[in-house]
Ligand binder design. Structure first.
Ligand SMILES: NC(=O)c1ccc[n+]([C@@H]2O[C@H](COP(=O)([O-])OP(=O)(O)OC[C@H]3O[C@@H](n4cnc5c(N)ncnc54)[C@H](OP(=O)(O)O)[C@@H]3O)[C@@H](O)[C@H]2O)c1
Length: 320
């Protein structure tokens, strides 16, 4: 099978196309013939070990797991003898989490891992791209316990997490202000934002605008600036916080008693199924910016690392 490997940390060019044997599922595993995977912001951070702490977790000198990629959608083509919830031919989507391995034509996963059936209403590309931003956004949104008509500002609203957060915040009854580049206003409004403001205009109003929830998706603002936009008793979400910001936020939460939410998030099957329910109800859509063939993984990484994708980037591994 074709796989994309990452045998050393570095620029997109470290990613190589190789041929590996097709794996066999263990007794409790299903084997998925992957149709689509995706490239997420987490993937390029891991590939280039940014931040350096990545090396402590994934391998000091080189990545211990050679095949990256965490989200996938495809068709079950073989099952282990103890599998009860899936059959050969089932269309599925899932996330391999820290195990990765989705930049490949086949992946074996436990039937009790984060895997579920792909709704008929969704394409494989949508199935492969829903989990990263969607599961991140839902985890943080739930922590904010949104009340009807509360106000939320989503900074960096056009990315994978931001585009998911807009739709989820709307679903829970918030009034959504999306902060993004002017060119993305139409996109964020189509996802449900009540208003869109560009970055410069927004930051220049730090002494006048106040929100119940400040949802910073991209780690580009100072915490002290975010706090200027927060109403008393409000929630600050720092999705893309650096480690320094995480420490800072712990101190601020303790001493100023401000509710600050930081990662890492917990990916759950319940949340994934909740997102799929919203898709089926027509209340949630996955924005796919670009699709690259597996062979163009280097290009896909270059594009995602540039930091301006609109929603998600899918990879076509195979045609059905
Ligand atoms: N805490 C966790 O567990 C967790 C989980 C997942 C992701 N994350 C982190 O969350 C962050 C966002 O992830 P993502 O997948 O949503 O990223 P993404 O899709 O790559 O974000 C792209 C968006 O970032 C915006 N952007 C780029 N430069 C900006 C700037 N200087 N100021 C404001 N916005 C800017 C872009 O908007 P424009 O094109 O309009 O500039 C673009 O729409 C990443 O840092 C990721 O590592 C954390």
């Amino acid at each position: 099978m074709k796989v994309i490997t990452c045998r050393k940390y570095g620029p997109p060019e470290v990613l190589k196309l190789e041929n590996w044997d097709i794996p066999n599922p263990k007794d409790n595993q299903i084997r998925v013939k992957i149709i689509n995977t995706s490239v997420n912001s987490g993937d390029w951070r891991l590939r280039k070990a940014d931040p350096k702490l990545v090396r402590l977790i994934f391998g000091f000198f080189k990545p211990r797991t050679v095949i990256l990629g965490i989200s996938y959608a495809g068709v079950v083509d073989s099952i282990g003898k103890n599998v009860t919830q899936f059959q050969v031919g089932d269309k599925v989507l899932g996330s391999t989490g820290m195990n990765m391995g989705a930049y490949a034509e086949y992946v074996c996963v436990s039937e009790t891992s984060l895997v579920t059936k792909l709704p008929n209403t969704m394409s494989f590309a949508e199935g492969a791209t829903i989990s990263f931003g969607g599961l991140t956004a839902i985890d943080f949104i739930e922590k904010c316990k949104i009340q009807n008509n509360q106000t939320i500002v989503i900074y960096g609203a056009s990315g994978s997490v931001g585009s998911a957060a807009i739709q989820l915040a709307k679903h829970f009854g918030a009034k959504v202000t999306a902060v993004c580049s002017q060119g993305n206003f139409e996109l964020v409004k189509s996802l449900g934002a009540d208003e869109a403001i560009n970055y410069e205009t927004f930051l220049s109003q730090k002494n006048t605008l106040k929100y119940d929830i400040v949802f910073e998706c991209v780690g580009k603002t100072e915490i002290n600036t975010d706090l200027l936009f927060l109403k008393k008793g409000g929630n600050l979400v720092l999705v893309g916080a650096s480690f320094a910001q995480m420490w800072e936020s712990i101190w601020i939460s303790l001493f100023k008693r401000i509710k600050i939410h930081i990662g890492p998030i917990k990916e759950t099957l319940d949340n994934l199924n909740f997102l799929l329910t919203l898709v089926n109800l027509g209340k949630y859509k996955v924005n796919i910016d670009r699709t690259y063939p597996l062979e163009e993984m280097v290009e896909a990484h270059r594009y995602v690392e540039a930091g301006h994708k609109k929603g998600n980037v899918a990879i076509e591994v195979a045609k059905l």
